[in-house]
Design a protein around this ligand. Structure first.
Ligand code: FAD
Length: 459
């Protein structure tokens, strides 16, 4: 299939990704004399910063993942295509995407690539089977099932050691995601599940947060890191720093301490939140344009966020590397809007050489640690505790997409923070086992196809 222009052929902007970068770029083109084709592998826009709340039963999927098509339904110049982009040909100015066995080629005049980043296991991808990451809705739902499933299995066990293993939750990576998740698993066990079992005491669950770094939330450092650590410890989270993970299996992890000692942590439920790798599309773009990539596979872009020699191809958000900018939602949103404005200026006759470089406006960053406690850094201003938490609450509500998402999130938060209840405590077998089953099916299919190919070649 090849995508034809919507109406008469106008300048066509293809946007890859419906995350913060892609959506904000598309919306910034609303009044422009262009046709926008947004291609993404998921049908929703995902508010990743609240994924951990889906994993721990506070929010529903719908609260943080509105359908992109619905968000853009009034933007007449925008068309949404579901598809996994497999190749970008920057000389032919074409993007090839696939949805199931349907392949679509979309030509572009301008391209904005905002395909984000995935989890990195630092070369140990085999860890993923036992320690899922936290990047997608599927990840969050799987994790919810694994967390709640561990409590259920512990209730059924008569064996002391097995119960201890089932009630040990390990979060690898003490960045914002790891800290938020560890804090919420602790609150879930101490508050929400208290009194809900007859044979186990869920409040005795062990929550371990470990990291190779010497402090939690190293991006904040100093006082805020110490405050975050203190709050987590008061919640009962066990913090192990300077600790590297050397192995992960079904029953636990092997870790190495600073002094070189290796030891085991027996744990049924492990979560990986310790590293990112940019979308592999970055490598394609770098190879075709001569741009470099950094250690996380992010594309080293020009000051106007484009590829060298290709002023019509922008790379924004978690996929781009520029001036050590962090992988934050604001960087992606501002990058997406900047790219859109350069395209509009180009249509008004501006030469790409006249573009002002992208300038990131740092609005600060924040992480919640528990109910009523967060840390935030805005420029030199450091806020923590209840005031930080109120700021966190308002800012997250502000940036959630859609009025109904804001309203339902507010209701769920009222329930979760003012009472002990959480609305989203259901988990299904499919959520827990589907990822591994799909991976195995894929391996099986690939092996079968490879076998046939080899046989053909041999014949
Ligand atoms: C758990 C978690 C918590 C976070 N918390 C915070 C926080 O508190 N504050 C903050 O500022 N930032 C936070 N971040 C980071 C923030 O979410 C990212 O920086 C931001 O989402 C980056 O936006 P993006 O548009 O570059 O990528 P994304 O938002 O990741 O979007 C990528 C899009 O590309 C699509 N895509 C990927 N590959 C393909 C392909 N081959 N074909 C088609 N489509 C594709 C995806 O489906 C998705 O729609 C968090 C991230 C995570 C994972």
């Amino acid at each position: 299939m090849s995508i034809q222009p919507v109406g008469s052929r106008r300048h066509r902007v293809v946007v890859i990704g419906s995350g913060f970068g892609g959506l904000f770029a598309t919306q910034a083109l609303k009044r422009a004399d262009v046709d926008v084709v947004l291609i993404a592998r998921t049908s929703h826009h995902l508010f990743q910063p609240l994924l951990y709340q889906v994993a721990t039963g506070i929010l529903s999927v719908g609260d943080i993942a509105p359908a992109t098509r619905m968000v853009l339904r009034k933007q007449k110049n925008a068309q949404v295509l579901l598809g996994d982009v497999e190749t970008i040909d920057i000389d032919a100015q074409a993007v090839t995407s696939r949805f199931l066995d349907r392949v679509t080629v979309t030509d572009y005049d301008s391209l904005i690539v905002a395909a984000g980043a995935g989890q990195s296991y630092f070369g140990n991808d085999q860890f993923a089977e036992f320690a899922p990451g936290m990047k997608t809705i599927d990840d969050a739902l799987e994790l919810r099932g694994r967390i709640l499933g561990a409590f259920e299995q512990a209730e059924l066990s008569d064996d002391h050691d097995e119960r201890a293993r089932l009630l040990t939750f390990v979060v690898v990576g003490a960045g914002p995601t790891g800290v938020e998740l560890a804090g919420q698993i602790a609150e879930l066990s101490r508050r929400t599940l208290k009194g809900a079992f007859r044979h186990i005491d869920p409040t005795e669950a062990r929550v371990v947060l470990l990291d190779g770094a010497p402090e939690v939330l190293p991006v904040y450092g100093g006082k805020l890191s110490r405050k975050a650590r203190g709050t987590l410890e008061r919640l009962g989270v066990e913090i192990q720093l300077g600790t590297m993970v050397t192995g992960v299996d079904a029953d636990g992890l092997t870790v190495k301490d600073k002094d070189g000692t290796e030891r085991r942590i027996d744990s049924q439920c492990k979560v990986w939140s310790a590293g990112v790798a940019a979308s592999p599309l970055g490598k394609q773009l770098a190879a075709q344009s001569g741009a470099g990539t950094d250690r996380a596979g992010r594309v080293e872009v020009q000051p106007d966020l484009t590829l060298p020699g290709h002023p019509n191809v922008f790379v924004v958000g978690d996929m781009m590397s520029l001036d050590n900018l962090p992988g934050l939602a604001q960087v992606a949103m501002q990058g997406g809007k900047y790219a859109a404005h350069q395209i509009i200026a180009g249509l008004d006759g501006q030469d790409p050489g006249q573009r002002k470089p992208f300038k990131y406006f740092d609005k600060g960053s924040m992480a919640t640690i528990s109910r009523f406690s967060a840390v935030a850094k805005v420029g030199k201003l450091e806020i923590s505790g209840f005031i930080g938490w109120v700021a966190w609450l308002f800012i997250h509500l502000l940036y959630l997409v859609g009025f109904s998402s804001k309203l339902s999130t507010l209701l769920s938060w009222t329930q979760a923070f003012l009472s002990t209840g959480r609305n989203e405590m259901a988990a299904t077998e499919q959520q827990v086992f589907a990822r591994i089953a799909i991976d195995r099916l894929r391996e099986h299919t690939e092996a079968a196809e490879g076998g046939t190919g080899a046989a053909r070649e041999a014949g």
